[in-house]
Design a binder for this molecule. Structure first.
Ligand code: NDP
Length: 448
């Protein structure tokens, strides 16, 4: 599939010229525009009002210096970002990523995706993303704290509980959210829900930690059931071993599957008996160790260097949960040759466009990230509701809401794809369903 609409060809060309050297952002825009061709044809009013031009341009890009002092007393300088992309349907919402690969193009692609994802949840949240090119790996907790305090000193000028509410992403978990929240409170003398993913004893929500991984499995389960299938007895391959991967593993196992792989940026493990999840949690969440340590405790399992090899392992269901473009065309072909029946994305944009085309043309059920991993932000929005009402909901209440939201996302994506003549294409369905709500709100609010 490629863009054929003349107007979209010109628009994509303009996006490329205005955002040179940002391939991830262009990739994300191209995928969305491809899906929206039938929408532009049916809704000339969107074209006339410049909605498509407007939605690919961030409302605000904030870029700042983050100076901090390491444990040796040496000054370190990093670069921080917050891109507030679209606030048509609610205050900006989206995670913060701390990883050395972060630059403007990565944050822009993530912020753009976030608009549609947040809309799909049915909750009133706009799209944003932020982060820094800081690498938490190998840093002491005090170094991480000093970095977070410096980052928040600048970021605090641009966020607020009714303006912009960041959360975690790669490299930003409970520890970092705690340090960021502490600094915001100190600077503003306000105890408000300005971040989500907080600890349970200071305003966090039950299920937020598990939400993205659980939500991914709830969506996958809805998709499988719609095709008279289930997780029961299936072999599942997961990449990554962070927050999303761990809780996807937990829920897939609860739903009857056997998860046999996980990875980090150095390599991957295969345990044909099914992964020992308590050990993985201890290694990754508590001790912050590398995944290869798993085989010290389970010598019958295998460790292989190089993370991309994880897709050579035969499985029924693949859940990429590490990072963008981690699953390419060759990996997709290998998965297909090995009989994969479903691929659902836990990470943001983990499959390349060529890989997605392979899955779709070979009848593999494919769930795209902006639908499948929306459970994290949905639960963050539930945390915001609890904070503003100064209440805490029970685990069962939040989990039920999360499951309902993920099932609705699946249902709404199916219906949108069908309505616009692309039945069964969940990529198009998610893009269209997410876009329509935002576009109508933008139309209603005038040219702003
Ligand atoms: P974590 O930091 O908890 O874990 C990230 C995992 O991915 C680690 O195992 C990490 O390995 C691996 N990884 C990161 N970068 C690379 C890379 N360049 N190559 C190979 N492996 C890599 O992050 P999360 O689990 O929170 O996030 C994972 C994905 O899910 C991201 O795409 C994120 O945007 C997305 N996501 C997360 C949400 C959340 O609620 N946390 C919500 C929605 C989407 P290593 O330790 O070696 O770096």
């Amino acid at each position: 599939m490629s863009i054929t609409n003349e107007y979209f060809i010109r628009l994509l060309d303009r996006v490329k010229k205005r955002n040179p050297h940002e391939p991830e952002f262009i990739q994300a825009v191209e995928e969305v525009l491809e899906s929206l061709e039938p929408v532009a044809e049916r809704h000339p009013e969107y074209v006339k009002r410049g909605i498509f031009e407007s939605i690919v341009e961030p409302e605000r890009i904030i870029k700042f210096k983050v100076p901090w002092v390491d444990d040796n007393g040496v000054v370190q300088i990093n670069r921080g970002y917050r891109i507030q992309f679209n606030s048509a349907i609610g205050p900006y919402k989206g995670g913060l990523r701390f990883h050395p690969s972060v630059y403007e193009g990565i944050i822009k692609f993530l912020g753009f995706e976030q608009i549609f994802k947040n809309s799909l949840t049915g909750l009133p949240i706009g799209g944003a993303k932020g982060g820094a090119d800081f690498d938490p790996k190998g840093k002491s907790s005090l170094e991480v704290m000093r970095f977070c305090q410096s980052f928040m000193t600048e970021l605090s000028k641009h966020i607020g509980p009714d303006t912009d509410v960041p959360a975690g992403d790669i490299g930003v978990g409970a520890r970092e959210i705690g340090y960021l929240f502490g600094q915001y409170k100190r600077l503003r003398t306000e105890y408000v829900g300005v971040l989500t993913g907080k600890g349970l004893n200071y305003g966090g929500s039950l299920v937020r930690t598990e939400a993205t991984g659980y939500g991914l499995c709830y969506y996958t389960d809805a998709m499988l059931r719609d095709h008279n299938e289930s997780f029961e007895g299936k072999i599942v391959s997961i990449s990554g071993s962070g927050n999303v991967a761990i809780y996807a593993c937990q829920k897939a196992t609860e739903l009857g599957a056997k998860v046999i792989t996980m990875s980090d940026s150095n390599g991957y493990i295969v345990d044909k008996n099914g992964l020992d999840l308590p050990l993985i949690k201890q290694l990754k969440e508590v001790e912050r160790k590398r995944i290869k340590e798993y085989v010290i405790h389970h010598p019958e399992a295998e460790y292989h260097e190089g993370c991309s090899g994880v897709w050579t392992v035969k499985c029924d269901i693949a859940l990429p949960c590490a990072t963008q473009n981690e699953l390419d065309e060759d990996a997709a072909k290998t998965l297909i040759a090995n009989g994969v029946m479903a691929v659902c994305e836990g990470a943001n944009m983990p499959s390349t466009p060529e890989a997605i085309a392979q899955f779709q043309s070979h009848g593999v059920l494919f769930g795209p990230a902006k639908a499948t991993n929306a459970g994290g932000v949905a639960t963050s929005a539930l945390e915001m509701s609890q904070n503003s009402g100064r209440r805490s909901w029970t685990y069962e209440d939040v989990d039920r809401e999360l499951k309902d939201i993920m099932e609705n996302i699946y249902k709404n994506s199916c219906e949108a794809a069908k309505e616009y003549g692309m039945e069964g294409n969940l990529v198009a369905g998610a893009n269209i369903a997410g876009f329509l709500k935002v576009a109508d709100a933008m139309m209603a609010q005038g040219i702003v």
